[in-house]
Design a protein around this ligand. Structure first.
Ligand SMILES: Cc1cc2nc3c(=O)[nH]c(=O)nc-3n(C[C@H](O)[C@H](O)[C@H](O)COP(=O)(O)O)c2cc1C
Length: 149
């Protein structure tokens, strides 16, 4: 089965998880790169605002076409109880192109359920989901077995 891991990460937490999933599933990996700057304090505020308003932003050119994969693992940090605007934009940009999806997210304390709901509403029902706290990813307190099964 051909698989792709597509993710956005602002502070490398979701990136760590994405890289682990990719290596354990032998997947290609796509880092979603926004043309908008979300770094720093101003970027944080902009990120919250863009996530809440479900703003569609421009992304750097993608390396891989999700339509060519049996399954795409899509990963995002939780932003204001939603997906990050780069991932939301990725879903919109690739509407109708996903064969199967699984979602993963990292979050500080709350909001992953609504994040998954929003992602499903804008792509399709995921085969599986995985939500991990920032702290759990940092401390390697996770196991991917049932998620990648
Ligand atoms: C704009 C913004 C909004 C956030 N909103 C939430 C939230 O609603 N709930 C939560 O638990 N964490 C929230 N966080 C924290 C991130 O989800 C968390 O730190 C995540 O692990 C960061 O992943 P990353 O390093 O891949 O960007 C927010 C972070 C940012 C930048």
């Amino acid at each position: 089965m051909k698989s792709l891991v597509a993710y956005y990460s602002r502070t490398n937490i979701t990136k760590k998880l994405a890289e682990r999933i990719a290596s354990e599933t032998d997947s290609d990996i796509e880092e979603i790169k926004p043309k908008v700057n979300y770094q720093g304090k101003i970027g944080y505020a902009r990120g919250g605002k863009d996530a809440i308003s479900e703003k569609i932003i421009d992304l750097e050119e993608l390396k891989y076409d999700p339509a060519e994969y049996d399954i795409v693992y899509i990963g995002t940090p939780v932003w204001a109880g939603k997906s990050s605007s780069p991932v939301f934009s990725y879903l919109k940009q690739n509407e109708g192109k996903f064969n199967n999806v699984k979602f993963f997210t990292t979050f500080g304390g709350r909001g992953f359920e609504s994040t998954f709901e929003q992602m499903e509403a804008n792509s399709k029902k995921p085969l599986k989901t995985l939500a991990l706290k920032t702290k759990e990813v940092k401390n390697d307190e996770f196991n991917l077995d049932s998620f990648i099964d």
